[in-house]
Design a protein around this ligand. Structure first.
Ligand code: ADP
Ligand code: ZN
Length: 607
């Protein structure tokens, strides 16, 4: 049991190998070391774990950490042990013998941290056991699971309210990344943390680059994005199991290291995909949203949404899995009108009116994000109530602001075509009529006789689609999903058709010749923070060394070293043990455990 008398900054450096605290970490840690309760709201990747791990080392007794996900507990404990911290797990994944050994260590005071599943913690026998021990603190991770308002309610979490009563002198810290106000208040209430100090850090994830594109050829668009990220770890989310399988197969056919993950697969296969991903033996996981909750991989470099998610909450949580290590990462979303219609279809099937209303609102916010004509980050943060004055300069819209133009004439053409076609056709057909297509259906319907036939040949199909989407989005047209997705005029269309109102739209991007198409300018990997080709080569080599060690020890690659540590190592190319200790992420334990191997690899590579 290491009760430290040194400063928390020394522990940060010696045990975890980091030079500086992230925003708010020091404050939160000091508050807990002083024995007081706190509620911590910090975005994913903000560094919540250290907020209770360091106090656990600075207070007498064992810290009890509650976490909902078994896989996540094990990975955190592996990472702590790699740093020389006495940590253990107690949950249903252990056999009787293993449990007994953990309990022995616990009673002997040999543990600094014990990660426990909530259902185990609240058993009477276990609580009685704990009351005989000295306890450093309780940390309740993913604390939003306590609340019915949250998106992730877990009944066994509710019972944790008992901790405040049973252990009045042990400080409790509840931590979450879930933003919404109602959930926050409920968590504090349920856990009896009325006197807790509340720490809220901003929601921005400045290292994530956000971009979105309308699906024209989704598979091609995806491949183009992935080629700019070759060799990096990433997740591609798709809506259905079938689509997951299809996309994974396409990626493999295109030469990517990709695996599928969804709830329809057997458990063993799912575990293998997840382990290979964590061990860096698999670059890309194509998955339904079932994937990601239980993984804590800090060096996920990109998250792609192949289909549009239903809400910004979900989207932000999923994209938040990218770049937890603070290095450059990318979130890229593809979407289509078809996605919107599918989502509307689901909402229409919801029985309760109130819930339909809420979900419709969430979907509109998602569409507005997809079609954003100004800074995407501002749109995201705004949704969570965080106002931001300046555009971020680090999203596709900021980098390529859309040009707007007086689109009154285009809008009139589009709306009249819908009118002349008696609001009985879908977008594709209306565009064909506008562009003077000689399609069989148009001719046999006699629509080549209409006054609107061939009045829009100056725009391509894609450009007209972009115009129609904006008209739908701005409420001049609506799509009747119940009636074969035909386009209908809304009352707002009248003034435009009569020439009483003008319309300003974003100009569709000018067509680019295929050959001139550059891959998107996006952060490729952690390697982008490196300056020279030699550093990049060394970084890739060190990843190889890490992969081998991780496979040998059956731990996730980041338990050995995170990308951030390898990048710093490649930059410094340390030649001695002292220099090796300077690397961010190298503490005393990792120096002993891995120093020799990595120093040798660096020496060989730079000789
Ligand atoms: P959260 O639980 O808030 O999502 P984690 O606690 O998993 O975040 O931390 C995310 C990553 O940031 C981890 O790889 C962690 O080691 C790293 N990290 C945390 N604090 C610091 C720090 N002060 N300096 C450098 N890296 C840090
Ligand atoms: Zn921006």
């Amino acid at each position: 049991m290491s009760l430290r008398t040194t400063s928390i900054a020394t522990t940060l450096a010696e045990v975890f190998g980091y030079g500086e605290f992230r925003p708010h970490q020091a404050e939160i840690i000091e508050h807990l070391v002083d024995g007081r309760d706190s509620f911590v709201l910090m975005p994913t990747g903000g560094g919540k774990s250290l907020c209770f791990q360091i106090p656990a080392l600075h207070r007498p007794g064992v810290a009890i950490v509650v976490s909902p996900l078994i896989a996540l507990m094990k990975d955190q404990v592996d990472a702590l042990r790699a740093n020389g911290v006495a940590a253990a797990v107690l949950n249903s994944s252990l056999c009787a013998e293993e449990s007994a050994s953990v309990l022995r260590d616990l009673r002997a005071g040999a543990l600094d941290l014990l990660y426990v599943a909530p259902e185990r913690l609240v058993l009477d026998g276990f609580l009685a056991e704990l009351s005989r021990l000295e306890l450093a603190l309780f940390a309740i991770d993913e604390a939003h699971c306590v609340s019915q308002w949250g998106h992730d309610f877990r009944p066994e979490y509710v019972k944790l309210g008992i901790l405040r009563e049973r252990f009045p002198n042990v400080p409790i810290v509840a931590l979450t990344a879930t933003a919404d106000e109602q959930t926050r208040a409920d968590v504090v209430h349920q856990l009896g943390l009325g006197d807790a100090r509340i720490f809220v850090t901003g929601f921005d994830r400045p290292n994530i680059h956000y971009s979105s594109a309308y699906k024209t050829k989704p598979a091609v668009q995806l491949l183009e994005f992935l080629r700019a990220h070759q060799g990096a770890s990433g997740i591609v989310y798709a809506l259905s199991r079938k689509r997951v399988e299809e996309v994974a197969a396409k990626l493999r056919a295109a030469g990517f290291s990709a695996g599928a993950y969804h709830a329809g697969m057997d458990a063993a296969k799912r575990t293998r995909v997840q382990d290979d991903f964590l061990g860096d033996r698999l670059d890309i996981v194509v998955a339904t949203v079932a994937f990601g909750m239980g993984i804590d991989k800090p060096d996920v470099r990109f998250v792609v949404h192949y289909d549009m998610p239903k809400s910004i909450e979900g989207y932000y949580q999923e994209t938040g899995r990218a770049g937890r290590d603070g290095l450059p990462a990318a979130a890229f979303m593809l979407w289509s009108m078809q996605d919107v219609m599918t989502a509307r279809g689901f909402i229409d099937a919801v029985a309760k009116e109130e819930q339909r209303r809420i979900e419709t609102h969430k979907l509109s916010a998602m569409i507005a994000y997809a079609e954003a004509l100004s800074c995407r980050r501002r749109a995201l943060l705004g949704y969570f109530g965080e106002e931001r004055a300046d555009p971020c300069g680090h999203c596709d819209v900021c980098e390529n602001p859309p040009e707007t133009y007086d689109a009154t004439v285009d809008a009139q053409k589009a709306l009249s075509a819908v009118y002349r076609l008696r609001e009985r056709f879908g977008m594709g057909y209306v565009v064909d009529v506008l562009r003077g297509s000689e399609g069989e259906r148009i001719i046999s319907n006699g629509h080549d006789e209409l006054s609107v036939y061939n009045i829009g040949a100056e725009h391509s199909k894609d450009d007209w689609s972009a115009i129609f989407r904006q008209l739908i989005h701005r409420g001049y047209l609506r799509v009747d999903v119940a009636e074969y997705s035909t386009l209908k005029l809304t009352p707002a269309a009248g003034p435009v058709l009569r020439g009483e109102e003008s319309v300003v739209l974003a100009r569709p991007p000018a067509p680019r010749p295929k050959s001139a198409e550059k891959p998107a300018k996006l952060p490729k990997s952690a390697a982008t923070v490196l300056e020279t080709d030699e550093q990049v080569a060394l970084f890739e080599h060190l990843r190889e060394v890490r992969r081998e060690i991780a496979a040998e020890q059956s731990v996730p690659a980041y338990v050995v070293f995170a990308d951030a540590a390898l990048a710093d190592m490649a930059r410094r190319a340390p030649g001695t043990r002292e220099e090796f200790l300077e690397v961010s992420g190298v503490g005393a334990a990792k120096l002993e455990r891995y120093g020799e191997t990595f120093l040798a690899a660096i020496a060989a590579a730079t000789a």
